[in-house]
Design a protein around this ligand. Structure first.
Ligand SMILES: Nc1ncnc2c1ncn2[C@@H]1O[C@H](COP(=O)(O)OP(=O)(O)OP(=O)(O)O)[C@@H](O)[C@H]1O
Length: 523
């Protein structure tokens, strides 16, 4: 990989060997060392002279001419103080991570002086990948060290023998590498600080450009041979900025997520798996799915959308979950409808793997979950939190319970800003008052706002009309509810009255009967 890489080593080794055998008398180690010392001393002398010349010429010769002379003079001695690292694309059969990282890192170091660029696009990726072509050089400066990168591509021809047909053919192959040159004095700094920095930067760049994927079971039928998860680019535009939800809750959640991803060492120290559970609950259309997309976009985590109803057993569940990647969000939507989770007593009896059970799911969250990866987030959604088994809700399983509520005044402002690009309007006061009086979901408001193209007044009037209709309906509903309740109360009162009457009638009858027979008379 470095200066002792195959190419350079084999070249110097071959020339060294051929010289050795060509020489009649092999020099002793001492004489080689003394020759080297003499050479190094001369080189130092020349360098000092160059410095002297530079000092003198700086006073006599114009700047531009000086640079030209020095660069051609310096070229004579540069090789002796330069170190070259060869970073090959492959390290044996496996890809060399430093090569990959250099490619990514250098794509951000392109300057107008470069003549040739290579452009490519990976399947399903949105962005183009631009990097320099072979033979092109990129200069970089790191903590005062000047470095020169060069892409090298060597074509080799291999002979392929076809033993069946007794024929031979030649095949071309490419050996790609990047060559990094710098002053030898900085070898340690480059190896210990610069290259790790390149690796770190490339990781961050990849992360920035990462396209979030949505994995789902798709054609899953219990057969794991081809890998159970299929994936597509998420492409969901929802972000925390576009989400209409309680601003304090939103900030709390964002802080919680940011804290979570920074806490690798913390989780290690306290001996807890690096995972976090969120329960999103609220009526349909309040943005639970949109919030999951916003979380994924915020963290650049892939989503695994798990449909529990398509699974047959706990072992299916385990195999599926252990094949999810790190830095991902596992989503189980409508957890109350997925399996008969509320019937824990019944399900608890089934400890086998032949069925999908709540205990199987809980075991995974608490047990296997811990050992099968890092930076995992699990999200359950439900429209009916009250239907869930308390075991699922206890702290440690679902760390944060997030209530996605009906649209509020602040939520409306966010939607108006997203859809109509306005921050205020004279109709806002009336809309905000109406929104607090009725139950309307952000989805309903969004739907109304989408009905009109760019006409802010019509859109807001539409919302006012919609909310007023909702309010009237609510009033009618509550009136009829009052009527219904009144009727129920009256019926109940009448029933009680009748019961009372019938009890009285019965007791009077009994009294009369007793009086007739003489029984019950106090003697
Ligand atoms: N809080 C919100 N902020 C912004 N847009 C929202 C919000 N809630 C709903 N919407 C809009 O309504 C659409 C449907 O919302 P979404 O699917 O996220 O709701 P949900 O709570 O997951 O519903 P369900 O429980 O039926 O799955 C979204 O695509 C979005 O356009």
């Amino acid at each position: 990989m470095f200066i002792h890489s195959k190419n350079i080593y084999s070249l110097s080794y071959e020339s060294f060997m051929s010289n050795m055998f060509a020489m009649p008398n092999v020099p002793s180690t001492t004489s080689v060392l003394s020759t080297y010392t003499a050479f190094a001393a001369s080189a130092m002398l020349v360098k000092t002279m160059l410095n002297e010349v530079q000092a003198m010429t700086s006073q006599l010769i114009p700047q531009k001419l000086q640079q030209k002379i020095l660069s051609s003079l310096g070229g004579l001695f540069r090789n002796s103080c330069q170190l070259t690292l060869i970073i090959e694309e492959y390290n044996g059969f496996s890809i060399n991570e430093i090569y990959q990282a250099s490619e990514v890192y250098l794509s951000t170091r392109i300057t107008p002086s470069i003549d040739q660029l290579k452009v490519s696009k990976a399947h399903r990726e949105k962005n183009l990948f631009v990097t320099i072509n072979k033979g092109q050089k990129i200069m970089d400066v790191f903590e005062g060290i000047h470095l020169v990168w060069e892409f090298v591509c060597k074509e080799t021809q291999n002979t392929v023998v076809d033993y069946e047909n007794y024929s031979e053919s030649t095949e071309k192959s490419e050996h790609r590498s990047v060559v990094l040159s710098f002053d030898k004095r900085f070898q340690e700094k480059v190896l210990k600080t610069y290259l790790p920095y390149v690796l770190e930067r490339s990781k961050a760049i990849k992360e920035e450009n990462k396209v979030v994927k949505l994995h789902s079971l798709g054609t899953f039928n219990g057969d794991f041979s081809g890998g159970p998860w299929g994936s597509i680019n998420l492409d969901h535009p929802s972000t925390f900025d576009t989400l209409a939800m309680d601003p304090i809750l939103k900030q709390e959640l964002m802080d919680d997520l940011d804290r979570f991803v920074k806490r690798r060492d913390f989780y290690k120290r306290i001996g807890k798996p690096w995972k976090r559970g969120y329960l999103l609950y609220g009526p349909p259309g309040t943005g639970k799915s949109s919030l999951i997309a916003a979380m994924a976009n915020h963290l650049k985590f892939d989503i695994y959308d798990l449909e529990l109803t398509s699974l047959r057993s706990n072992s299916d569940l385990r195999r599926l979950l252990t094949s999810t990647a790190n830095r991902s969000i596992l989503v189980i939507e409508d957890i109350d409808c997925s399996i008969e989770l509320q019937d824990r007593q019944y399900l608890g009896h089934n400890n086998g793997d032949s069925q999908l059970t709540l205990s199987g799911l809980l075991n995974f969250i608490d047990g296997l979950w811990s050992s099968c990866g890092d930076e995992r987030i699990i999200v359950f959604t439900t429209n009916h939190k009250d239907k869930l088994d308390p075991a699922l809700l206890r702290p440690g399983r679902m760390d944060m319970h997030i209530h996605m509520s009906y649209c509020t005044a602040s939520g409306f402002k966010i939607l108006a800003s997203n859809y109509l690009k306005i921050k205020s309007h004279c109709l806002f006061t009336v809309i905000e008052r109406l929104i607090e009086e009725v139950e309307v979901t952000p989805a309903e408001v969004a739907e109304e706002l989408m009905k009109v193209d760019d006409d802010v007044d019509s859109a807001l009037n539409g919302i006012v009309g919609f909310l007023q209709r909702k309010k009237e309906m609510k009033c009618k509903e509550s009136e009829s509810q009052i009527e219904e309740d009144k009727e129920v109360n009256e019926n109940e009162k009448a029933r009680k009255e009748m019961k009372k009457k019938s009890v009285n009638k019965k007791s009077n009858k009994n009294k009369r009967k007793k009086a007739k027979t003489g029984k019950g008379r106090v003697v």
